[in-house]
Design a protein around this ligand. Structure first.
Ligand code: ARG
Length: 568
């Protein structure tokens, strides 16, 4: 579609005198193909010209028609009411698709570097607890947004801002001294830490609370014993987190949590005080935001210890200094909306002209439909348990559908993990999601297994046909039929869809997109007997379309972090 778009933009620009960027943002893909392949509305132009939009559209068409020559990708240009509609030469679109598929195969989709830095803070769980099920949201939405930016040529700094500092670690150390057992810690790891943390809270003991405060103070002043406890718990946690990240194939460039900023609070606070003034309120230090209808930001507690907001402010400055980012994204649940509004407001008041580059990328809640997946502690559902369950269910499905499959375990892992990831991005991120096992694992639903199965189906068709690598030279002048053309146009929307997903910070756009490709591909698969076609040239041209569909599905799956097995 890129060639068509480029040409259409040029034609429209010279016919109307409008700048290319303005035209680019005006043109769209019409919902049905009898309105052409690209469409341009003339409402704005008509206001400037003082003519009716329909007349302006007629005029534009008259100007453009003589400019369309033999080498053009455009086949026809017509006006329909206030719109100018362009239709492409199908064979040219088909050829563009083939080149696209060849480049996907050889290097994946990766635009040239644009030297822009994007910081993304995602996953960011609190240490000393297992990663909970709901963490999949920040983890995957953040990771996928990172992949989207990377594909489009940005330099992405992926930060796991661990919750590894704060009063809760004073409580944890106290709990460990009181209830902890070394052998259990070795055996159960972080789950033991959660156990004793729960015990600490159940005790509701002022004596323990006092101890906890002291321990955290000792941490903040760098006391050796306190720090060594903290280090041990932190390392243990990271080791367990990595086990989950590995299964999800999620990576970070920087693991730097709140503790990274425990020493920068003094200079930060005096900087804030110089510029906008800090206030004392009941012994605590605050920034007053009453003028902006927001509660105050707490910078320091009565006992001189720092807070979540203090560290986030220090982190924002530090990230700007180190990465001079073009955007800094915080992929965090919508419950923290106020927190980020406050932080960004303080940055604005501090005259940081970059405050508007910081964005809170929020998302809704995630529930399990069954509500009560067994957990040992309270009502936290662990992500690892959910993944395990999905994989078991996937394995069961494979045993029914394809009992002789060779690498059953590996494929079950790909489907199980995939179904959770796809479920997570199956709606716009701000919406709440309820997971239902039958739904997310349904091979005929709008799910990962459906997409993965479509990909595997294309693979098996190609291998049955003895089709190797795509060879463009052997194909010439193929004119696709209507259904084929629909598929080709979808494939050629790849870059537009990535841009849309980037603009909206919305992985769902890609989930929807790959489902659309699969839907049309499956219709194609059922309607046409491709392998049995006798005419060699025709068969090869159709197989090349199957191949291109397969490569495109695989690439979208890669960006959304889902594996594409060849066989299922
Ligand atoms: N650790 C926090 C939590 O679990 C999330 C941190 C998000 N990132 C940030 N820069 N505040 O709620």
């Amino acid at each position: 579609m890129i060639k068509l778009k480029k040409e259409v933009i040029k034609l429209l620009s010279s016919a109307t005198g409008l700048p290319q960027e303005e035209i680019c943002s005006g043109i769209s893909t019409p919902p049905n193909s009898d309105m052409g392949d690209l469409s341009f509305p003339c409402f704005k132009l008509s206001k400037v010209a003082g003519n009716k939009p329909n007349e302006v559209a007629d005029d534009v068409v008259k100007k453009i028609q003589p400019c369309i020559d033999k080498g053009s990708v455009v086949e026809t240009v017509v006006s329909k009411g206030p719109y100018v509609n362009f239709t492409a030469k199908r064979s040219a679109m088909y050829n563009e698709m083939l080149s696209f598929a060849v480049s996907l195969k050889s290097k994946g989709f990766r635009k040239d570097p644009n030297k822009k830095n994007i910081v993304i803070d995602y996953s960011s769980p609190n240490i000393a607890k297992p990663i909970a099920f709901h963490h999949i949201r920040s983890t995957m939405i953040g990771s996928i947004i990172g992949n989207i930016f990377e594909s489009l040529g940005y330099n992405v700094i992926r930060i796991n801002y661990l919750g590894d500092w704060g009063t809760q670690f004073g409580k944890l150390i106290t709990a460990f001294e009181e209830f902890g057992e070394r052998n259990l810690l070795e055996k159960q790891g972080v789950k033991h830490l959660l156990d004793i943390y729960v015990k600490y809270h159940k005790a509701e003991s002022p004596v323990l609370e006092e101890k906890a405060r002291t321990w955290f103070k000792r941490m903040e002043t760098g006391d050796e014993k306190a720090i060594s406890y903290w280090k041990e718990f932190r390392e243990l946690s990271i080791k367990e987190f990595n086990r989950v990240y590995d299964r999800l194939d999620v990576k970070f460039t920087n693991i730097e949590g709140e503790s990274f900023y425990n020493n920068s609070s003094e200079s930060l606070i005096s900087k804030i005080d110089d510029k906008i003034g800090v206030k004392e309120s009941e012994g605590a230090l605050i920034v007053d935001l009453e003028a902006f209808n927001m509660p105050p930001v707490l910078l320091k507690k009565k006992d001189d210890t720092t807070l979540y907001a203090t560290r986030d402010l220090a982190a924002a400055y530090d990230r700007m200094n180190r990465f001079s980012f073009d955007e800094s994204l915080y992929v965090v649940a919508h419950q923290q909306e106020l927190h980020f509004k406050q932080i960004f407001k303080v940055l604005e008041l501090m005259d940081c002209d970059w405050f508007s580059k910081c964005k809170h990328i929020q998302f809704g809640l995630l529930h399990l439909a069954e509500g009560k997946m067994s957990t040992r502690e309270g009502n936290v559902v662990f992500l690892e348990d959910v993944i395990d369950k999905a994989v078991i269910l996937a394995e069961k499905a494979i045993s029914e559908k394809n009992p002789d499959l060779e690498n059953k375990k590996e494929v079950a892992e790909a489907i199980g993990v995939g179904s959770i990831i796809f479920g997570d991005i199956s709606k716009r991120r701000t919406q709440d999601i309820v997971f239902n096992w039958d739904e997310i694992l349904n091979f005929d639903g709008e799910t990962a297994p459906y997409v993965q199965y479509t990909h595997a189906r294309a693979c098996s068709m190609l291998s049955k046909a003895g089709y190797g690598e795509l060879d463009i030279k052997s194909i010439n002048n193929y004119s696709p039929d209507d259904l084929e053309y629909e598929l080709i146009k979808l494939i050629l929307q790849f870059e537009d869809k990535l841009e849309e997903a980037k603009r909206e910070y919305e992985p769902f756009v890609l989930a929807r997109y790959v489902l659309d490709i699969c839907r049309v591909f499956n219709r194609y698969y059922y309607q046409e007997k491709i392998i049995d076609i006798e005419d060699d040239a025709k068969r090869m041209s159709k197989l090349a379309l199957v191949y291109s569909s397969k490569e495109t599905i695989k690439e979208v799956l890669k960006i959304i972090g889902i594996k594409a097995p060849q066989r299922m």
